[in-house]
Design a protein around this ligand. Structure first.
Ligand code: ATP
Ligand code: MG
Length: 449
């Protein structure tokens, strides 16, 4: 089998060859070439030691030299180059205690996780080295461990999650023995660094249908281990027009949220996780979930912090979750739309509308029309065009001005400013210095007594 690879790889491999070294394309790129889809990153395995590679090429960055990895920058292509190695003695199931160089590509391939990831293409023009029948498994859409699954999973507890990530990403099946080993390795997975877990979750969220992975996670115990807040949503039934329990609703919302918006996808996944905690039966015997958005945001903050998500991401997700409970109808007044816009913020509004559509879709199981948000969107645009005040800083008056009127700084002034904003949201005409001064003084008299 012959593959087309970027010319830069051929050049790099030729230089290595001229110095007596071998070079193979390995990892995801080989998997992609065999599947006939475009490859993303280019990883090379070689018998040259990192020091030798550093000497042979002009621009080489020692990106992971302890593990035998350097990155060659060659004519605009970044090529991660790793010396043939195995990893031995994973005493903690997280990090190999020692990295050991080995003489052959076959030994290097034997340390890799799945058969589809354990193939190598000798550069520059083949052959394909495939000691574990990766091609056959790819042809049959199967994810299968190299060697004994339980042994491989206890070496590195991230591998079970990687298997399920690939299941969602490639829409492959996890081979039976591989899947069966996952529950037995949970205690090892429990010790894996959270940053590594997060990277796999991000790749799950970026796949066409993340629920493929989440369902397998539930089935194998990984959901309870890594995202217990979600697994508790199983069996939490809802009222009225809801077709699904909270977990299935959340997974569907995540699937139908825009694929390339991780913030919206994550918010869709987590927007209802507070429901099991606030659920109460009312006097008519139906379930209520008062204030669940607050509880969901609180739990999401905990969960995302635990997984070491960046703060900006956590804030954006929790903001959407805290404000997701609104039921827009055509009968809403302009003031109501303005208040929504003030609460959500102009910057977050588009994401909020995406979440709204995903939530509605996952409630009934029926896809809303593409223009589901159009009317609300047009009203929002009209409001933005009128340039009215949507936040305190847009008011015709500020704290300074209030102080000049004799209103002392402090909590009362804060309440007055908030009231003034509400007034202006109701009626933008009121946003003048004179009117707001009058109203402020009147409020002050009332609040002071
Ligand atoms: P992607 O296209 O999503 O990047 P990938 O297969 O390239 O997928 P990487 O995480 O970039 O995945 O890893 C590159 C290669 O390194 C894998 O194909 C596999 O051969 C090997 N590998 C990565 N992580 C592990 C692991 N935890 N255990 C064993 N082998 C691994
Ligand atoms: Mg990769």
């Amino acid at each position: 089998m012959r593959f087309r690879v970027p010319y830069q790889l051929t050049e790099v491999a030729t230089i290595l060859q001229q110095h007596g070294f071998k070079a193979y394309l390995v990892g995801g790129a080989v998997r992609d070439l065999v599947r006939g889809v475009p490859a993303k990153d280019w990883d090379i395995a070689t018998d040259a030691r990192p020091e030798a590679v550093l000497r042979l090429f002009r621009r080489v960055i020692p990106t992971g030299i302890k593990h035998g990895t350097v990155t060659i920058h060659h004519k605009g292509l970044e090529i991660e180059t790793t010396t043939f190695r195995i990893e031995s003695d994973y005493s903690d199931g997280r990090h190999p205690d020692t990295v050991q160089y080995v003489p052959t590509i076959e030994e290097d391939l034997s340390r890799r996780d799945f058969t589809m990831n354990a193939m190598a293409y000798q550069l520059p023009r083949g052959p394909l080295v495939d000691p574990f029948n990766g091609q056959e498994d790819i042809r049959r859409n199967i994810i299968r461990c190299v060697g004994d699954p339980l042994k491989r999973f206890t070496e590195d507890g991230l591998r079970p999650l990687r298997a399920l990530r690939f299941a969602a990403q490639l829409e492959f099946h996890v081979e039976e023995a591989t899947l069966a080993a996952i529950p037995r390795a949970l205690s090892v997975t429990a010790g894996v660094a959270k940053e590594r877990i997060r990277e796999e979750l991000d790749r799950i969220l970026a796949s066409r249908q993340p629920s493929i992975a989440f369902q397998l996670m539930e089935q194998t115990g990984l959901l309870e281990l890594l995202l217990p807040e979600l697994s508790r949503c199983r069996g939490v039934e809802q009222r009225g027009f809801h077709r699904f329990d909270v977990l299935d609703h959340s997974l569907l919302a995540c699937d139908v949220a825009p694929r390339h918006k991780p913030v919206v996808r994550m918010a869709a996944l987590l927007h209802d996780i507070g429901k099991p905690l606030v659920r109460q039966k009312n006097s008519e015997g139906t379930w209520t979930f008062y204030q669940h958005e607050r509880e969901s945001a609180r739990l999401s903050r905990e969960l995302l912090t635990r997984l070491r998500y960046p703060n900006t991401f956590i804030e954006a997700v929790c903001h959407l979750i805290s404000h997701h409970m609104f039921y827009y109808e055509s009968s809403w007044t302009d003031a109501a739309v303005r208040r929504l816009l003030a609460r959500v913020g102009v910057e977050a509004m588009e994401d909020m509308l995406d979440l709204r559509r995903a939530d509605a879709w996952a409630t009934t199981g029926i896809e809303p029309p593409p223009d589901y948000n159009r009317e609300l969107q047009e009203r929002i645009e009209a409001i933005l065009r009128e340039n009215s005040a949507l936040s305190l800083k847009d008011l015709a008056i500020n704290g300074e001005d209030l102080a000049a009127l004799g209103i002392p700084r402090g909590p009362i002034m804060g309440r007055i400013l908030t009231e003034l904003l509400q007034t202006v949201l109701d009626d933008p005409q009121e946003n003048t210095r004179e009117r707001l001064s009058e109203i402020a003084l009147r409020l002050y008299e009332k609040l002071r007594s």
